[in-house]
Design a protein. Structure first.
Length: 424
């Protein structure tokens, strides 16, 4: 295995102007860490990754590499790109098993930072990828950090949103344990708006970082969406409260990784037929290319250029009405827009429907917290991540940022510099 990894590392050209770094949301020093893998110096490779990320074992597995780092790889122009994700996961795994002291050393604050920030307290609300990353990099700057999490343990979407077959929970637990070794405090089963309030936290902390995500399933607002047997994709993955799918037909609406995770999970749980319905073409699906290919291999079917218009049934799902779509260019739009093809409606027998068309912020949780929202119901922030409350910052999905784990982690990492820029 080690020889195979070395060969994959040697495939990297160590470009002088590495485009892979541009494709990586976190800006990882990709050629540099791969150069160390070539020399089988995993310790140094891990140190290099720790300069920009705390999630190499996770991002190496679940990032949409073909749309990010590997999609920019020079090798990929005429051949296959470097296996950046696999190499990152390999080094990340090594770090989880052997690199605890290295990790701690990488995040030790300087004496200057301890002198400047050691008495300052930060509360992070939300223990997902953004919150965990923020916590580590805040400790690196010397701050005292406490994470508040509504669930019984940390992890967020990493623990309650990504299926085990894509990301083993043991890896997430090891990563969390490593981060907490930095001296971060944790209070679980604390939910904003129920037993946790910003007004109270402001009295105890110098700054608050909101990283609660946007995991409430969006609805399409179509007829029949209230019928029994219609589920939200995010909730289904988070709570794992599945019905018995054996012998049943299931439609999954959407084209992102949540849709792929739902479809693959449901197929593995014994559904007779799982159909992903997406209103654009396959080439425009936001899901990772590998996830689409894996879903097909596992027997998931796809209906492209198709939309759902109604869910039909007497109390429970019995059929869905679909309509064909076509893509047209519209002024002011950066991508082609799907438009219904007139008189192309048809019905399909169906037992369950899963809406995986995106997530939204839990606005009920934020009511009464004194935070302004945008028209699209995300938290309003300025260019430095600051909300309408000057002591409260926000990042990740809750602020409407690009919603991948790596982008959320970047928001968490960058919030430290942003709050310093605000004079905190």
């Amino acid at each position: 295995m080690k020889e195979e990894i070395k060969q994959k590392a040697e495939y990297c050209l160590n470009c002088k102007n590495p485009q892979c770094r541009i494709g990586c949301p976190l800006g990882n020093h990709i050629p540099d860490f791969i150069e160390q893998v070539k020399e089988e110096n995993y310790e140094k490779a891990y140190e290099i990754l720790c300069e920009t990320t705390v999630l190499p074992a996770i991002c190496g597995r679940i990032c949409p590499h073909q749309k990010q780092c590997q999609g920019k790889c020079i090798r990929g122009i005429k051949s296959n790109p470097v296996s950046i994700g696999e190499l990152e996961a390999t080094v990340g795994d090594w770090g989880l098993e052997n690199g605890k002291e290295i990790f701690k050393k990488c995040f030790i604050p300087t004496l200057e930072d301890i002198s400047k920030n050691g008495n300052r307290k930060i509360a992070i609300i939300g223990g997902g990828p953004s919150g965990l990353t923020a916590a580590a990099f805040m400790r690196k700057k010397g701050f005292q950090v406490t994470i508040y999490e509504k669930q019984k343990d940390l992890g967020g979407i990493l623990k309650r949103g990504i299926p085990q077959f894509r990301l083993e929970k043991e890896i997430v637990d090891k990563m969390i344990s490593q981060i907490l070794l930095l001296g971060i405090q944790v209070q679980c089963e604390k939910e904003l708006g129920k037993n946790l309030y910003l007004n109270d936290l402001e009295k105890q902390y110098d700054m608050i970082f909101l990283s609660v995500g946007a995991n409430i399933p969006r609805k399409m607002v179509i007829e029949g969406e209230e019928l029994n047997g219609v589920f939200g994709g995010n909730t289904l993955l988070e709570k794992e409260n599945h019905p018995d799918y054996h012998g049943k037909k299931v439609a999954v609406i959407g084209g992102g990784n949540v849709a792929m995770d739902c479809a693959r999970t449901i197929k593995r749980l014994g559904a007779e037929q799982v159909i992903v319905i997406y209103r654009r073409s396959e080439a425009e699906m936001p899901a990772e290319i590998k996830e689409i290919a894996d879903a097909k291999e596992e027997g998931v079917q796809f209906l492209f250029l198709t939309n759902i218009t109604k869910i039909l049934g007497n109390n429970k799902v019995e059929q869905i009405e679909c309509i064909k779509t076509k893509l047209v260019e519209k002024e002011g739009e950066t991508r082609k827009v799907p438009v219904d093809v007139e008189n192309s409606n048809y019905c399909i027998p169906m037992d369950y429907v899963v809406m995986a068309v995106g997530g939204k912020v839990d606005t009920e949780m934020l009511q009464g917290q004194g935070i302004e929202m945008t028209k699209r119901k995300y938290i309003q922030i300025n260019e430095n991540g600051q909300t309408s409350n000057k002591k409260v910052f926000a990042g990740g999905d809750v602020a409407g940022q690009t919603s991948t784990v790596a982008w959320a982690a970047k928001d968490g990492r960058d919030i430290v510099e942003k709050m310093i820029k605000e004079g905190f």
